[in-house]
Design a protein around this ligand. Sequence first.
Ligand SMILES: [Zn+2]
Length: 173
Amino acid sequence: MSVPICRTCGSDTSRFVGRLPVGHVFAGRRLVDAVPGGGLWHCADCDFVFRHPLLGDDVYERLYRAGGLGVWDSEQRREDFQLIQRYLRRWDGLAKDVVDIGCYTGHLLALLPKSFRLFGVEPNLEASTVAATRGVTVIAATVDDFALASAHYDLIMACDVIEHVPDVEAALP
Ligand SMILES: [Zn+2]
């Protein structure tokens, strides 16, 4: 088994952690075609833990577009959302425009201080519609479309996204 290059630091010293199971369900919906699990790797140099190989961008986009609503919303007490919410409170009244890459139904954005203007990037149309009811303006369907936009934002967050990005450094501003 060849060792994949770390997508964060470029090191070739990653260690195989284990096989990931084949996926038969995604975002609450049973898949017609199962998604291969691949392997989980840990980079000894930067501690990044990543899946290899990645699925194609087209596969991820199709999976997220077809995802069921309410799957992630049902996780009302997500610890990471609580941490982000607490962390971002320091910009209450200071930051204006906040973007959530992969905002889904706007659940995380809706937890943020009311002084923020909420923007999202989301490929799933049904989820975007729900996000709009939570005061989120969806500005792009994909990260690539978002990268083409010339607007500026005070805060950009991406939760559950980085593990799907082929070149992590290139994806970060
Ligand atoms: Zn690394």
